[in-house]
Each structure stands twice: as C-alpha cells, then as structure tokens.
Design a protein around this ligand. Structure first.
Ligand SMILES: Cc1cc2nc3c(=O)[nH]c(=O)nc-3n(C[C@H](O)[C@H](O)[C@H](O)COP(=O)(O)OP(=O)(O)OC[C@H]3O[C@@H](n4cnc5c(N)ncnc54)[C@H](O)[C@@H]3O)c2cc1C
Length: 381
C-alpha cells in the first residue's frame, strides 16, 4: 500500500530573513480593520497587488525571463503565510499566481507565457477559474459547455457557475468540451484563455450567504475564442485541469483562512484567560502548528520537484475541517453570539466566518471528493 510522505521541512535562513521584510511591508501598507482581514485571501485590492508585484512577491518561483524571480518554493511559502496571517487583500493576484500562471508555464505556448506572465507578476492581471457548470461540480468530466471549431478559432456556447471574481478579472482559464466520446468522458476536454469582456459573455452576480458578490454565473453565447488562446492540445484538458486542481489545493490558504478569528479569540481571552479558554486556545495552536508542518512539507516537495497531490488533498481536508471548527470554539469559550454588520470587530468577524466557513470544504473540491483522491492515492480503491 502507498503511504503519505510528510518529511519535516525546515525553512532556510533566506526564507526567515524574507519574513522580516514581508512583516515590515505589511506594517506599512496594511491598515485594514479585523472585519476586512476576515475575508482572508478573498479581499480584492488591485493597488495592493501592484505593490506586492513591485516587491517581487508574485510569480516568485517563475523564470526571470517571464517576469518571475527564480526564488524557492519555501520563500514563496513565507510570503503566502505572512499575507494570510495578516488577512491581506491578495485575491487580485492569488489565483493567477497560484494556478493560472503555473498552468501556462507547464502547458502554455511561448507566446502565451510572454504575453501573460509578466503582467501577472506585476499584479496587473487577474484570472478567474472556469471549471464548474450548473450541472457539473464534483463530476467535472460531465461538463457540457461546447467549444466548436470555426475559422481562426472556436465558438463557445454554454455556462460556468460559482466563478469567483470573474467580474473583476481580465481573463479566465476555462475548460470546455471540444468533442464527445461516448466511451471516455475524460476525452474531448480542452482548456482556453478567455477574455472576460469578449462579445457574447454575460457575467451575472450571485450573492452569497454573507451578502457579498464574489460568485458569478457566466453565460457564453457564440463567444469567439481565437486559436492562439487554446492552452495545450485539443483534448488534453482533463490531464491539465487535474494538474491545475493540484496547484489550487496545495497552499497554506487551506488552513489559514480563519486566522482573523483565531487572533481575535486570543485577543479577547487576553493575558489572563480562564482555564477553559486556555485549553481551547492551546488546542487550536497545536492543530495550527501541526497543519503548518504538513503544509510546509508540501512546499518542500514542490521545491524538490516532487508531485504532492496526495499530501495536498490530505492537508486541504484536515485544514478546512480545522477552519470550520474555529467559529464554534470562539462561540463556546467566549459566550458570544455572531452579529453581522454590528457590534465589536470580534462579533463581526465571528459572524462573517460563521457564515463563510461552510464553503471552505466545498471550494477547490469537496471533502468527499478529496477523500476519494486520498483513498485512490493509498491504493484503497
Ligand atoms: C467559495 C467557493 C468558491 C468557488 N469558486 C469557484 C471558481 O472560481 N470556479 C469554479 O469553477 N468553481 C468554483 N467553485 C465551485 C466548486 O468547485 C464546487 O462547488 C465543487 O466542486 C462542488 O460542486 P457542486 O457545488 O456542483 O456540488 P456537487 O458536486 O453536486 O456535490 C454535492 C455534494 O455531493 C457530494 N458528492 C458529489 N459526488 C460525490 C461522490 N462521487 N462521492 C461522494 N460524495 C459526492 C459532494 O461532496 C457534495 O457534498 C467554488 C465554490 C465555492 C464554495
């Protein structure tokens, strides 16, 4: 039977010295209230992303010829960790840095890399993820949005749903069906770079439980996508989209998204917590540190050129389970009721995260789907 590989990974001195620079930057550039920080990597601020780009903290591991900085995955880890711990508004570049850019590096043409990667590293171009459709979520291979060949490119008809930040992004990388093979559902899928302002695209907002608009329903009506915007070969989409999902699941955002509430909880308990509070906070810290070690070891594997898909699924499953426990723990040990839009920062952060954490185990692949991947990776199914 296969086993997990979670080698202990120490951060090298250059990564730790970078941490000091990042903290200094955040002290100078981040003046947001706790309620904004509770959005974690969901906060969108193009100006902030531009500043990070200017510091060289986007596309950190990418080749210099595409605007990258050829730094290590462990240095990148420190930057991500500090951004998440501070609740910095990073979503204008997060998806592009985490998965769209790496996907283009792996499968894109030279022309695509030269055109898109430098703009991403400057924090000037946002990407959305065009995978889910109204009838295709966990079972992504059932997607039906069609891209038919026409002169010079493809004509797209269909829809995408739950597309985070599509209304604020210049591009999305979308997976469409270019052929149907009744014997193989995974065949006939192809990925494309789609400009969100293309004629024929309608982006309709979906308001989530917290009352915010970050989701969208996108309709495609005879949308023309030029041939040169196809990513990879026609029909190679399934292998590519599963690689993209591995990039999507592998980072520390899968256990640090409730950090704003952990910090408020510690602040509220103060220097002289009750025994019950001390036990609860001690347990949270122990879990946080364990998850951090697991997550760091994934960055170590990436740095060593290994493929940590199985381990990333484990950390995402454990990490989102941890995040989902935090509002209940805060509620229990502080005796506070969540209060959306009113009350102290703590009340509001508690309210926001109480409403948002249920989605953490859905986005990027549901708990059941991840456990299926883990079982398969261990040779159990
Ligand atoms: C905050 C958030 C942001 C998102 N952003 C994006 C985005 O930017 N782009 C994008 O494309 N999508 C996005 N999604 C969509 C997300 O990928 C899907 O919600 C997810 O894949 C689940 O699909 P579904 O919602 O259709 O649920 P379904 O697939 O219908 O699943 C419903 C339930 O059935 C369970 N289930 C399904 N199949 C199985 C099975 N074989 N075995 C056991 N249980 C099963 C699931 O685990 C789940 O509990 C986002 C979702 C959230 C919550």
């Amino acid at each position: 039977m296969a086993t997990f590989q979670f080698d202990l990974c120490e951060l090298p001195p250059e990564a730790e010295s970078l941490r000091g620079e990042v903290r200094q930057f955040l002290r100078e550039n981040l003046k947001t209230a706790a309620i904004s920080r509770s959005r974690s990597w969901g906060g969108f601020d193009r100006e902030f992303s531009r500043k990070l780009g200017a510091r060289g903290w986007i596309g950190m591991t990418w080749p210099k010829k595409y605007g990258g900085h050829e730094r290590t995955f462990l240095e990148r880890y420190v930057v991500m960790e500090e951004m998440l711990a501070a609740g910095a508004p990073v979503s204008a570049h997060w998806v592009a840095d985490r998965q769209s850019g790496p996907l283009l590096l792996r499968f894109g043409t030279e022309e695509q890399r030269e055109r898109f990667l430098p703009a991403i590293t400057r924090g000037e171009m946002s990407f959305a993820i065009g995978m889910s459709e109204p009838d295709s979520g966990s079972d992504l291979a059932s997607l039906r949005t069609r891209a038919e060949r026409v002169a010079g490119g493809y004509r797209v008809n269909g829809s995408k749903i739950w597309t985070s930040n599509a209304h604020k992004s210049e591009y999305m990388i979308a997976t469409f069906r270019t052929a149907t093979d009744p014997k193989d559902r995974h065949a006939g899928l192809t990925q494309f770079l789609v400009e969100t302002k293309s004629p024929g695209i309608t982006i309709n907002p979906i308001i989530d439980l917290t009352g915010e608009h970050h989701f969208n329903l996108i309709l495609f009506e005879d949308v023309f996508v030029p041939e040169e915007m196809r990513v990879g070969a026609e029909g190679a989409g399934w292998a590519q989209v599963t690689t993209e999902l591995a990039f999507e699941r592998s980072g520390p955002e899968r256990y640090l998204s409730a950090m704003a509430l952990i910090l408020e909880l510690v602040r509220a308990a103060g220097p002289d917590p009750t025994e019950r509070q001390a036990i609860a906070i001690g347990r949270v810290m122990a879990h946080l540190n364990t998850l951090r070690q697991l997550s760091l070891s994934i960055s170590g594997m990436l740095q060593a050129g290994q493929n940590p898909n199985l381990e990333a699924a484990v950390v995402k499953d454990l990490g989102t389970t941890f995040e989902q426990e935090i509002p209940q723990i805060a509620h229990d040990v502080l005796g506070l009721e969540p209060s959306p839009g009113t009350g102290s920062q703590l009340h509001q952060v508690l309210a926001y995260l109480t409403q948002s954490v249920p989605s953490h185990s859905l986005r990027g692949g549901t708990r059941e789907v991840l456990r299926g991947i883990i079982a398969r990776g261990l040779g159990l199914r």
